[in-house]
Write a protein that binds this ligand. Structure first.
Ligand SMILES: Nc1ncnc2c1ncn2[C@@H]1O[C@H](COP(=O)(O)OP(=O)(O)OP(=O)(O)O)[C@@H](O)[C@H]1O
Length: 230
């Protein structure tokens, strides 16, 4: 039986943006249930609300209505400071653009999220080194982001997302700037790490090649998630 402490549960989630007097419904009742170890790719047309959904799941935006329970907790009842702590402890983000700090080394970039997490800071450097070794960057730790390749930069971003041991890993078009070979290798890396660290992995992508690697695939259409046959 599934334990709700290990689950992400979304029921009837809606999101409507209001611009002046216009209201723009984007998510129209999304249902989703995932457990630790699950990996889901979400595809859908441009503007269908994929990033909006991911931002809500990452507690970076509020739903308009509906229920979101993550690991037995509703993060939307928390105040802003508590939400920031919740995100830091539970959620890892990977974006299309790596957002690495150019003036810091690869190792320092991976350590940034530990600076506000005292608990994680203890053995942080050892874990950062271990993660960078895990993704094959043991010889690039002291390079600056400009001194490594695009695929390597995205591997650093993966390590940075993992440094606080998140239970939920969210990737928004993580291979959008990469070629086919790097797309496949980042996709496989995310899926291997998802299994090794028992995370819930959700990846939004336009790449059908990347989505095809995932054991679960849903499409966002007309504000709803629809299962795609694999
Ligand atoms: N803060 C906002 N205020 C108003 N409208 C917004 C806001 N954020 C997103 N939208 C609108 O919501 C819709 C969905 O945007 P979203 O970025 O989630 O789509 P997407 O499926 O991720 O698109 P893409 O594949 O092009 O990245 C878009 O039409 C966008 O203009």
């Amino acid at each position: 039986m599934n334990n709700s402490n290990d689950q992400l549960i979304v029921r009837e989630l809606t999101k409507t943006f209001s611009i002046a007097t216009e209201s723009l419904p984007i998510l129209a009742g999304v249902d989703l249930e995932l457990s630790r170890g699950d990996a889901l790719a979400i595809t859908g047309p441009s503007g269908s609300g994929k990033s909006t959904l991911l931002y809500i799941l990452g507690v970076l935006d509020q739903p308009t209505s509906g229920e979101v329970i993550q690991f037995g907790q509703n993060p939307f009842v928390l105040n802003a400071k508590e939400q920031a702590e919740y995100r830091n402890h539970n959620v890892g983000f990977i974006f299309q653009d790596h957002h690495l700090m150019p003036q810091f080394s690869v190792l320092e970039n991976v350590l940034i999220p530990t600076m506000v997490n005292q608990e994680a800071a203890n053995d942080a450097e050892e874990r950062a080194r271990h993660l960078l070794e895990r993704v094959g960057l043991q010889d690039r730790m002291h390079h600056r982001p400009a001194q490594i390749s695009g695929g390597e930069r995205q591997r650093v971003a993966v390590c940075r997302a993992l440094i606080n041991n998140p239970r939920l890993l969210l990737a928004d078009e993580p291979t959008g700037n990469l070629d086919r070979t790097n797309t496949e290798s980042i996709g496989k890396l995310l899926l291997e790490i998802n299994q090794e660290q028992n995370t819930i992995l959700i990846c939004v992508t336009h790449s059908s090649e990347l989505a095809a690697l995932f054991p679960q695939h849903q499409r966002l259409r007309d504000g709803l998630l629809v299962t795609e046959s694999v």
